[in-house]
Design a protein around this ligand. Structure first.
Ligand code: SAM
Length: 195
């Protein structure tokens, strides 16, 4: 991944574009902010850090779970070939889609539904970014990661999670590395927390 391209695109993105009117004036704060339905847009420095960890390449097919506002999706779509993004709250998905289309992205595929199950029809994925917290690493997502692939996912109880970097080697073996503590909203669904 070209880190300078990522950082320059990150700096050029207007975060207020991804927020509702009542939150726009807080856009420059490096903290999570409400986007409705009890969900949040993540802290920008963490979005950048997680994208660096995921390290998508220009030919990568990326699965993103938890579209939210679409801010993280924009970074992924800029840095990769295609992004398959899944959001369980249809209204958030629709708003994010409008924003991302207005930015001119044509390489993003959208699904409203339970992303804890991944998106089997389009698997395997070279990269998987999960922006909601799973209690345990969902086997289903590991299964949809391509050999040589990378996944970034917060894993742990609702109070605090470890940010994990999962890598799958060419022979299919899995390596897990803990990259620090984070706090995300819950990944709900079949392979997440109960609805
Ligand atoms: N990356 C987003 C952004 O930049 O705005 C923030 C994502 S927010 C922290 C987490 C999102 O994950 C929420 O929008 C929530 O509805 C969604 N979510 C939770 N469980 C999900 C699931 N099983 N499938 C899809 N989305 C899910």
């Amino acid at each position: 991944m070209d880190h300078r391209e990522l950082e320059s695109y990150f700096r050029s993105l207007d975060r207020s574009f991804f927020l509702e009117d009542d939150m726009k004036s807080y856009a420059c704060l490096d903290q999570p902010l409400p986007i409705g339905h009890g969900q949040t847009i993540s802290q920008p420095s963490l979005v950048l850090e997680m994208t660096r960890l995921l390290s998508p390449e220009k030919d990568s097919r990326v699965l993103e779970i938890g579209t939210g506002s679409g801010f993280q999706t924009a970074l992924l779509a800029k840095m990769s070939a295609q992004v398959y993004t899944v959001e369980r709250i249809a209204e958030l998905m629709e708003k994010a889609k409008k924003r991302l289309e207005a930015l001119g992205f044509t390489n993003i595929f959208y699904k409203a539904g339970d992303g804890s199950m991944g998106w089997q029809e389009h698997a395997p994925f070279d990269r998987i970014m999960v922006t909601a917290a799973a209690g345990i690493l969902p086997d289903e997502l590991v299964g949809q990661l391509a050999p040589g692939g990378r996944m970034v996912i917060p894993v742990g109880p609702p109070s605090v999670q470890e940010l994990k970097l999962i890598t799958k080697s060419d022979d299919g073996s899995i390596h897990e590395e803990s990259m620090g503590l984070v706090r995300f909203v819950e990944l709900k669904g079949k392979y997440g927390w109960a609805e």
